[in-house]
Design a protein around this ligand. Structure first.
Ligand SMILES: NC(=O)c1ccc[n+]([C@@H]2O[C@H](COP(=O)([O-])OP(=O)(O)OC[C@H]3O[C@@H](n4cnc5c(N)ncnc54)[C@H](O)[C@@H]3O)[C@@H](O)[C@H]2O)c1
Length: 352
């Protein structure tokens, strides 16, 4: 077993303290050297929790024992800290969204290439079992040609009252949640180019940043992939819905099984009309079990610790870095196209 790699976390907030530090304390591949937070209160809180707090970012970066720096600060501070850490010779994990623009991201990637240090983004939701199950079913091809995949995250509490509400700090739901769902989409349709993007943004609870988004990506193979984030949804739509020519799959909520219904015959009989509300319909008559089969897929095992396991093995040259610079570029570009589309109220046709 190789020695654990010492990791220091910049930002001791919800994600730095609440996730990365706790994660490092339980990890089989990294250990926690300490944290730095610009807020002295946060540094004291870390010390009270038995975690070493560096007095400054300089001191953290100068610690020769620290091999990995994890950056978990508000989105507008990512670029500067990432580049400083790379230039100090550290490998860097940055929280999502990795940057606020493609131009910023290119500066970060250039710093990684210049210094020969690894740089990745914490797209932890690649380990969500809902997306793993939809991805596996998509690749299996059981539903035939896929027309649409719909991926939604709905809440009703607006945006929390911190930097996430501020435009200059990289607030808004495209950058906060859209980034995860877009990354998942590109992962599920791995290798298929996006050929157009259309987006509509919500400004329901705040005018400064988008508090919801509806993004439609058209892939080259004809799949329409809808990403929707809502913060004013008091009734949620399903987390995932995938529709193909031969069947449909749905995951209704976190921690729910995937339900799949598939046509089992090509010999379709005409349906009998049913009474629906104030009329009759044959077109919308439900199927009986003679023409379909159905099953459920429970949550498969998934371990988000594989993120740092992969990063450490990539540092040791034992396997490729899972979340690549090219993938980071594509996600960033789609988010930019979504903003452009929403502003122009147009579909943007371009290949990503
Ligand atoms: N991957 C995920 O699932 C996930 C979930 C939540 C947040 N995030 C991301 O993590 C990052 C942090 O979010 P959060 O929810 O922890 O925010 P937060 O506000 O809870 O914490 C941010 C911390 O950074 C500190 N900070 C601000 N500027 C700093 C600087 N220049 N140097 C050092 N410390 C600084 C703040 O004092 C604060 O303690 C964001 O990029 C966010 O998008 C990711």
């Amino acid at each position: 077993m190789p020695e654990k790699k010492k990791t220091a976390v910049v930002g001791y907030g919800g994600m730095g303290g609440g996730f990365h530090c706790k994660h490092a304390l339980k990890s089989d591949v990294i250990s926690l050297a300490g944290i730095y937070d610009i807020d002295p209160e946060k540094r004291s809180a870390a010390e009270r929790n038995g975690i070493h707090a560096y007095a400054s970012l300089e001191e953290l970066l100068a610690d020769p024992d620290v091999e990995i720096v994890t950056v978990a600060v508000p989105n507008d501070c990512h670029k500067e800290i990432v580049i400083r850490a790379l230039e100090a010779g550290k490998h860097v994990v940055c929280e999502k969204p990795v940057a606020l623009s493609s131009a910023e991201l290119e500066e970060m990637i250039a710093a990684s290439e210049r210094t020969g240090r690894l740089f990745t983004v914490h797209q932890n939701r690649r380990w969500d079992t809902d997306m793993l199950r939809i991805g596996a079913l998509y690749r299996k091809g059981e539903l035939g040609r896929i027309a649409t995949i719909e991926s939604r995250i709905h809440g009703s509490r607006g945006i929390p009252g911190d930097w996430r509400k501020k435009k200059e700090q990289g607030g808004g739901m495209v950058l906060d949640w859209g980034v995860h769902l877009i990354d998942q989409a590109l992962r599920i349709l791995s290798g298929v180019p996006v050929v157009s993007v259309y987006a509509r943004l919500d400004y329901i609870t705040t005018k400064e940043v988008d508090d919801g988004c509806h993004i439609v990506m058209e892939f080259e193979n004809g799949v329409h992939y809808i990403v929707e984030v809502g913060t004013s949804n008091f009734i949620n739509l399903p987390r995932f819905y995938m529709r193909g020519e031969n069947g449909t799959a749905i995951i209704r909520d976190w921690d729910m099984p995937m339900e799949v219904v598939v046509r089992n015959t090509s010999d379709e009989k005409d349906a009998l009309p049913i009474k629906a509300e104030s009329g009759l319909t044959k077109t919308m008559a439900p199927r009986d079990s003679d023409t379909t089969y159905s099953y459920q897929v429970p949550m498969p095992p998934s371990d988000v610790h594989d993120f740092y396991r992969n990063f450490c093995r990539a540092i040791d040259g034992l396997e490729p870095q899972l979340i690549t610079h090219e993938e980071m570029r594509r996600v960033m570009r789609i988010m930019e196209l979504a903003f452009e589309s929403a502003e122009k109220k147009q579909v943007i046709h371009t290949v990503v």
